[in-house]
Design a binder for this molecule. Sequence first.
Ligand SMILES: [Zn+2]
Length: 278
Amino acid sequence: MNTLKLIICGWWCWLANPALAGQPATVTYLGNTALMVKHESTQIMFDPFFHDHFGQYQLVPEALRQAIFAGEGEFGQVAVILISHAHGDHFDAADLLRYLQQFPNTQLVAPTQAIHEIEALAGHQAVAQQIHPLDQARGDAPVSLSLGSVSIEAVRIPHAGWPQRAHVANLVYRVTLNEQVTVMHLGDADPDDRHFKQWQAHWQARLTNQAYPPYWFMLTPSGRQILADRINAHSAIGVHVPDPTPAALQDSSHQIFNQPGQTLTIHPVPTKEPIAHE
Ligand SMILES: [Zn+2]
C-alpha cells in the first residue's frame, strides 16, 4: 500500500510540478551510435560522423548528414560533440574538422586517440580552441568538465571484446544538460561488470535519465545486470544495432534505436522524489 501511494504521489508530483522534474528533452537517432540530444536550446551530438558500416551497421543517411552540415533546423546550434572512441564506425577526423571549422561555437570532447587523428590534418590549428581532449588511461578516476550549460563526466571503460582491443580508449559519458536532463553514452563498452563495479560511487553520484548502451548489453546477462543494477539509469535504449535487427533483439522487451531520424522524448524523473516503481 505504501509503495502504491509512493508511485501515485511520485507521478502526481511530477505532473503537478514540472519545475521539480524540469522540461523534457528529446533524443534523435542518427545511425549506429550517433545521437543528438536536445534540451530547451541546448544541443549535443554523440559519435555523429563516420563512414564505416562493416557490412552490418547503419550509416547516418545522406539527407541527415547534409542537414547536420547545413546546420538546418534542429541541427542549428550544437554546443558540444562527444566522441566515444576512434573507430571508423564512430568517428571520422576529416568530417569533424570540417564541422568545427564551419561551426566555431561548437566544442569537441574526445579521447586523445581521436584528437591525434584530427591534428594530423591540415587546418586543424584553426579549431584548436574548440577541442577538449580527454587522456584517460584504464583505471583513471572519472573526469568532469563543464562547457556552458553542458556538464560532462567521462570514465574509460574497455572496448567490447576485452582483453582484446585494450589499447582503444573507449569513454563512457554521462552528460547533463541545463542541470536538468542526464544521458549516458557507452560507446563500445565491454559488458563485463568488473569494469563498472570499481566506479560504483561515480554511478551513484547522479541519476541518469536515459542510457544508450550498445545492443550487446541487452543480449548478455552481465550487460542486462549492468543496465539494471549498476549504472543508476532510469531507462535505456540500445544502439549500434546491426541491420537487419537481430531476431533476439526484436523479440526482446528492450527498447532499441534502428530507424535513423527517429526522435523520442526523454522524460526527466523527479530526482527529489523516491523512485518507488524501481
Ligand atoms: Zn569500436
